[in-house]
Design a protein around this ligand. Structure first.
Ligand code: ADP
Length: 418
């Protein structure tokens, strides 16, 4: 961590400026102190000169001689010897005490006041800085505790720089991850709740009907017509429940990743034939046509069973939403980079308000007059295709029909690989 990085923190920068000011104040205080000491010493020496001059004048010494004596700067051996004889040496204890006491009185308080002021400033500044830092850390700690409780409404300051800024940024990164995880968990919980509610809702009606049919049959065991009719209805209800449960199980297994696709090179005519096989009788019964079209040599690299099921769901939807005389067309083609299978119908089309929702589980558009589906066909088809690396898209014009396109990326050898 470089000093430049450290000083990017605003509080640290202010504290560094404060320390620099204190550091600059120290020599200034020393200079002021020495000037004061010089002035005090000068006044003290003048006082001493005054006393000496007064005594010499009183003894009749000429003024010129006194002035010359006071201006002298050389110390002779005889002078030093005289001072020693009269006891004025540096070793004489308390010799100049009165004068020095005045000197100390003038200089010491000023020195102590200056040193005290600087020390107080230093301590006060350090305290203010420490408190500001502690307040920032306490604020951050409060926020982090709120994050831990799942409350992300307030965030750590983004303008913090320097070491604390780096720490905040790392904590924010962690908080974003935690928030994403919390939201994903919440969504998963909501989804599970919704799915359970949907399943129980879907099962409630056929179960209630089954109960009713059973009661009727039990009440009239000898009425062969009623028994036959309600046994048939019970069979229908059972079939509906079975297909719903099967679809749910498949989607759940696909979601959980417990389904392993077994890809193989599938000739597209075979695959499309398999997808529509179980629907041909129904189409004929309802007076609708299913047409398969495309390059007979085109091959798709995919799991044949699952992919045929996905395509079959799209064809079944086409039949569900076309009137008698309608056409459901399965076509396939090889475009650069991918193989695309289209399932187009000339039926009712999909309302714009439905089209963004039709791949959601249990979503059933409002168009179908006798909507008997559970809203699982498209999500299942999409899960199968996407689970193999493909994609499903839809285009529709209400009143004219819909086109579902299943695309698989092309493999390097011309086959579409997973
Ligand atoms: P289901 O068919 O069981 O209702 P799906 O998931 O297969 O459920 O389809 C969801 C909804 O999408 C349908 O209820 C319907 O409104 C709409 N839909 C799907 N395919 C078509 C289509 N080919 N034409 C018109 N609407 C369609």
């Amino acid at each position: 961590m470089t000093p430049a990085h450290i000083l990017r923190d605003r509080t640290l920068r202010r504290f560094a400026v404060f320390l620099a000011l204190i550091a600059a104040a120290l020599p200034a205080a020393a200079l002021a102190f020495s000037l004061l000491a010089q002035r005090t010493a000068q006044a003290m020496l003048l006082e001493r000169d005054g006393a000496v001059a007064s005594a010499l004048l009183a003894q009749g010494m000429a003024e010129n001689d006194i002035a010359a004596a006071l201006a002298a700067s050389e110390v002779s051996g005889a002078g030093r010897a005289l001072l020693a004889r009269i006891g004025r040496t540096a070793a004489t204890p308390g010799l100049l005490l009165p004068e020095l006491a005045g000197y100390r009185q003038a200089v010491l308080p000023a020195a102590l006041a200056a040193a005290g002021l600087l020390a107080a400033l230093l301590l006060g500044g350090a305290l203010v800085f420490a408190r500001a830092q502690a307040a920032r850390l306490a604020g951050a700690e409060r926020l982090l505790r709120r994050y831990a409780e799942g409350d992300f409404s307030a965030r750590l300051p983004r303008d913090a720089e320097g070491p604390l800024g780096s720490l905040f940024a790392a904590a924010e990164e962690l908080a974003t991850m935690l928030q994403a995880k919390t939201e994903a968990e919440h969504r998963a919980r909501q989804f599970l709740k919704q799915t359970i509610a949907d399943i129980s809702h879907q099962l409630k009606t056929p179960l209630a009907a089954l109960g009713l049919y059973q009661e009727i049959i039990a009440a009239e065991p000898d009425n062969a017509d009623a028994v036959r009719a309600f046994a048939g209805k019970a069979g229908d209800a059972l079939l509906r429940m079975e297909s719903l449960i099967q679809a749910m199980l498949k989607i759940t297994r696909l979601d959980a990743g417990s389904i392993r696709f077994a890809p193989a090179a599938c000739p597209l005519p075979d695959l499309a034939g398999r997808a529509v096989r179980d629907l041909l009788t129904r189409a004929e019964r309802e007076g609708k046509r299913i047409r398969l079209e495309g390059d007979p040599a085109l091959t798709l690299w995919c799991d044949p069973d699952w992919t045929a099921e996905a395509l079959g769901n799209l064809v079944k939807n086409g039949l569900d939403h076309t009137a008698a005389g309608g056409l459901v067309q399965v076509t396939w083609r090889h475009t650069p980079g991918m193989v695309q299978v289209q399932v187009a119908d000339n039926g009712s089309g999909i309302a714009p308000e439905d089209i963004h929702h039709i791949f959601k589980r249990f979503y059933r558009g409002r168009s179908g007059p006798d909507a008997r589906g559970a809203g699982l066909g498209l999500p299942l088809a999409r899960a199968i295709v996407e689970g193999q690396g493909g994609a499903v898209t839809v285009q529709s014009t209400p009143g004219q029909g819909s086109v579902f396109a299943v695309s698989f990326p092309d493999g390097p050898d011309g086959l579409t690989e997973l």
